[in-house]
Design a protein around this ligand. Structure first.
Ligand code: SF4
Length: 166
């Protein structure tokens, strides 16, 4: 069976982002992987019942996703509402789907408090970013799934092509 890849729904062109937009990733590998049946699409936040559009949210106080999972940090919307519980549920949904479908890899959009893997925003809603992963990406990595950001698609292409598949 071809190796499966969990992929952010907004990267696949679904209008599920907080602002009601998508952020499609245009790359020939996406079309190829889709045809090969490798892609498993999820918007973790929508899977936890968050609406579209929704207020922007960031991990508070310069923390990162693994801090949220450890219970030492929270996720807040720009209006101050604590949405930590929803973001943890979103991450758990992503991990459950990855396990159920046998995904060894994930391709997630960077910068999101859920899907970010290289950077996230610092909780000040000022556009300030810092290195770290979002809540869902951190949970996936912690469970042995190789997470690539959209900016790393060439590395994922090389990784998939290097697999010994029947
Ligand atoms: Fe995209 Fe992930 Fe945010 Fe959903 S949770 S809109 S898939 S970045």
């Amino acid at each position: 069976m071809p190796a499966k890849i969990l992929v952010s729904a907004c990267l696949m062109g679904h209008a599920v982002r907080y602002d009601g937009q998508s952020k499609p990733l245009l790359h020939p590998a996406i079309d190829r992987w889709r045809a090969e049946g490798r892609l498993v699409t999820i918007c973790p936040e929508m899977s936890a019942g968050m609406p579209v559009p929704r207020p922007p949210a960031e991990i508070a106080d310069g923390a990162v996703g693994k801090d949220v999972l450890a219970g030492s940090a929270k996720v807040v919307e720009i209006n101050g509402r604590d949405v930590t519980g929803e973001f943890v549920e979103a991450a758990e949904n992503a991990l459950r789907l990855a396990k159920e479908t046998g995904c060894r890899f994930a391709l997630l959009i960077d910068g999101s408090p859920s899907c970010g893997s290289g950077f996230v925003y610092d909780g000040s809603f000022s556009g300030t970013r810092h290195a770290g992963a979002g809540v869902a990406a951190a949970l996936l990595v912690g469970n042995g799934i190789e997470v690539y950001s959209d900016r790393q698609i060439e590395a994922l292409v090389a990784r998939i092509e290097g697999l010994q598949e029947p």
